[in-house]
Design a protein around this ligand. Structure first.
Ligand SMILES: C[S@@+](CC[C@H](N)C(=O)[O-])C[C@H]1O[C@@H](n2cnc3c(N)ncnc32)[C@H](O)[C@@H]1O
Length: 279
């Protein structure tokens, strides 16, 4: 077992160099579909015709994919970008492992179709809604104040999930429950109210897309054990690494942006920093 790692490089190049079934939990928060053409970079791997996965039959998946590609050019590029990386995520998960894919409401439904194909529909565990409340409120529609996190397990019969490790929330109507229950708090549901990273708070790194540790902590706590390896290959400011360190997990964080690496060098000083060619 080596040290915790931060790798600078395109994850399409880095991921194939990591060993099969090494990570109990993968959290990724990819850049959202920006409309700009993404580089079409294929990973050196093939979708196994049936393999171990029990997703859509190849035929049906290809039809859906073809239809989506005709319908939305920008999405076609995004799909080409995301799909091979999600296939890698599947390969890298341990048999009891879990993927958390953090997206926004514009991408999540397409990604659900893609993950159903890659992991199998029966491997879909949850869609977590992260609800927050900040910024302007449009009057032209319901202001959108949430992100979506799709949760897929590699094996629906054998995944690790431990709610005893998760922080609990205050009851909405504390007067209606016993003092013991009130004291203990309630187990979170699939809707998580959590503030964004405060611009003045301790957690702030200055990285623009930084996510709150509180969200990622729940995921790591429930879906991995102390000593397990966890992975974020769109790591940004290294939120997953920071949480993993505090919870006694081992981590690999990957990002191609030099600014992200600078932030992680400050935030994760005990990790080993490598370039793509060094792994
Ligand atoms: C939304 S941010 C992640 C933020 C992170 N969750 C945090 O809490 O700071 C997405 C990150 O993906 C990185 N990224 C985009 N494409 C990449 C690629 N092909 N390989 C590696 N990193 C990539 C970007 O540099 C960016 O830092």
């Amino acid at each position: 077992m080596g040290p915790d790692l931060v790798v600078q490089g395109d994850n399409a190049v880095v991921l194939p160099r990591l060993p099969d079934a090494a990570f109990t939990m993968v959290y990724i928060d990819p850049p959202f579909n920006t409309g700009r053409p993404q580089r079409r970079q294929e990973l050196s791997m093939l979708r196994s015709a049936d393999g171990d996965r029990v997703g859509f039959s190849g035929q049906r998946y290809e039809t859906i994919k073809g239809a989506l590609h005709t319908y939305d050019d920008a999405f076609s590029d995004y799909w080409a970008f995301l799909e091979p990386r999600l296939i890698e995520a599947w390969r890298l998960l341990t048999p009891d492992g879990t993927l958390y894919l953090h997206l926004d409401y514009r991408e999540v439904h397409y990604a659900k179709v893609m993950l159903d194909a890659i992991f199998g529909r029966s491997s879909f565990l949850n869609e977590i809604i992260w609800a927050y409340d900040y910024g302007a409120r449009t009057k032209r529609r319901w202001p959108t104040k949430h992100d979506n996190v799709l949760v897929y397990v590699k094996d629906p019969a054998a995944y690790h999930f431990d709610t005893a490790e998760v922080d609990r929330e205050p009851y909405m109507a504390p007067g209606l429950v016993t003092p013991e229950k009130r004291e203990l708090g309630k187990l979170p549901t699939d809707v998580w109210w959590h503030t964004i990273v405060s611009p003045t708070g301790r957690e702030k790194t200055g990285y623009p897309t930084q996510k709150p540790e509180g969200l990622v902590r729940r995921m790591v706590a429930a879906s991995s054990r102390p000593g397990d390896w966890v992975l974020d290959f769109f790591a940004g400011s290294g939120t997953l690494g920071a949480v993993a360190q505090r919870l006694g997990r081992r981590f690999v964080c990957v990002d191609e942006n030099p600014q992200a690496i600078e932030v992680m060098a400050r935030r994760l000083p005990t990790a080993k920093f490598l370039g793509t060619s060094e792994i």
